[in-house]
Design a protein. Structure first.
Length: 149
């Protein structure tokens, strides 16, 4: 498993706090920025990570902004991406198990470091349920991708 991780300034501190967890879990990752609290535009980082995950260069993406919402909106514009805003362990579990999310977005201004560590751990250790209704629904999501633009 390889992880692409990025944030804007609103999620920078949380992103930095999550990198040691990935090291503890022995999960290779690449940090695509930002590198400070200086203001940046979250769509740039969401697109970068989204394209890396969609191309198969990374298995999953972790994105942090102030709330996780903007990163999710931007990442979901990339064909092949299923980015989910998560705010607790249950939403992280269900995003993977039911929706086969390949990018998790989280709020640096809304989520404590301790909770974020548990959320990331859950997201990365939960398998997609596959088969039946979940696979059918994920396929329908994929069919909505605009591949012409």
């Amino acid at each position: 498993m390889r992880i692409a991780i990025a944030s804007d300034h609103g999620g920078f501190e949380l992103k930095e706090a999550l990198k040691p967890l990935l090291d503890e879990l022995r999960i290779p990752f690449q940090d695509f920025g930002t590198t400070s609290l200086d203001p940046v535009d979250y769509p740039d980082y969401a697109a970068l990570v989204g394209r890396k995950v969609a191309a198969g260069e990374f298995d999953f993406g972790l994105l942090a902004c102030g709330t996780g919402i903007g990163m999710s909106m931007a990442a979901n514009k990339i064909p092949g991406i299923r980015a989910a805003v998560v705010w607790d362990v249950n939403t992280a579990h269900l995003a993977r198990e039911h929706n086969n999310a390949n990018i998790m977005t989280i709020g640096g201004r809304t989520t404590s470091t301790e909770l974020a560590r548990e959320i990331v751990r859950t997201f990365l250790t939960t398998d997609f349920a596959g088969g039946g209704r979940h696979a059918r629904r994920v396929e329908k999501i994929s069919s909505l991708d605009c591949k012409d633009s």
